[in-house]
Design a protein around this ligand. Structure first.
Ligand SMILES: [Fe+2]
Length: 252
């Protein structure tokens, strides 16, 4: 499971190469294909070329607002960067982003795993590492996005926060006893990790008990930074700093 490539082709290629070297046979992508980085079209085309199933992310939603008649207004400070990304993607790729689903249910031997971008309630409901436990339990909520009659999964995996995590919901059954023993994990980010500057992905193992492992991949950060400088993209300094350090840099 990969997520949040954010138009960083150097990191994506390094992660794909690492996945290939391990003989892993199925890749899924949890959203935020583009936005932030210098090569949105190239990253999107690579994912499509490999026929990797992709989910819809919040940056994907920001990018396709140009296609929607009644879209919410975007922050003025973001307009130039979003228009730059849209211009590089072009209408056909934006339509492809618009077609992406919110959730993917993956049956495993151990049980059902639900994959979403940010939460089961849509791409803008964020569950951060230090949030109250209730928010982690909320990842199992039913919603129009995941299906109101969808089965309760054994685990929910997500992206969005660019930070890996794993929580077993076994210590606080008073919140929701039905979810005792379920698991929540975040796969981190390929192109814009914000816990360190190594690209991240996660692996679901084919064991009878649900087993998730996390992989960090060193890649050539300076090659990516040169591509960013060469592209003349807006918000360059923020991207360079995040890419080099793994610390979030606010925009606008
Ligand atoms: Fe993201």
């Amino acid at each position: 499971m990969i997520s949040d490539t954010h138009a960083n082709l150097t990191a994506l290629e390094a992660v794909l190469s690492d996945i290939s070297s391990k003989g892993l046979n199925q890749i899924v992508m949890l959203g935020d294909v583009a936005g932030k980085g210098p090569r949105p079209a190239e990253v999107l085309d690579r994912l499509r070329e490999l026929e990797i199933p992709c989910l819809f992310g919040n940056w994907d939603e920001l990018l396709i607002r140009s296609l929607l008649p009644n879209a919410a207004p975007e922050m003025p400070s973001m307009t130039e960067a979003l228009e730059w990304q849209r211009g590089h993607l072009g209408p056909e790729r934006l339509q492809w982003l618009q077609s992406l689903p919110y959730a993917l249910d993956v049956p495993r031997r151990a049980g059902l795993v639900r994959l979403v971008h940010a939460s089961s309630k849509g791409v803008w409901t964020r569950v951060r590492e230090n949030d109250p436990l209730e928010n982690f339990y909320g990842l199992f909520d039913k919603s129009p996005e995941v299906g109101l009659d969808a089965p309760t999964p054994l685990a929910v995996g997500y992206g969005d926060i660019h930070t890996t995590l794993l929580r077993h919901l076994r210590s606080f059954p008073e919140i929701n006893p039905e979810l005792r023993g379920r698991m929540v994990f975040n796969v981190g980010s390929v192109g814009n990790p914000l816990d360190c500057n190594l690209a991240s992905y996660a692996v679901l193992h084919p064991s009878s008990q649900l087993e998730v492992s996390f992989v960090r991949v060193a890649y050539d950060v300076e090659t990516e930074c040169r591509a960013a400088v060469y592209s003349e993209m807006p918000q360059l300094e923020e991207y360079l700093e995040e890419t080099r350090t793994g610390f979030y840099h606010p925009r606008g």
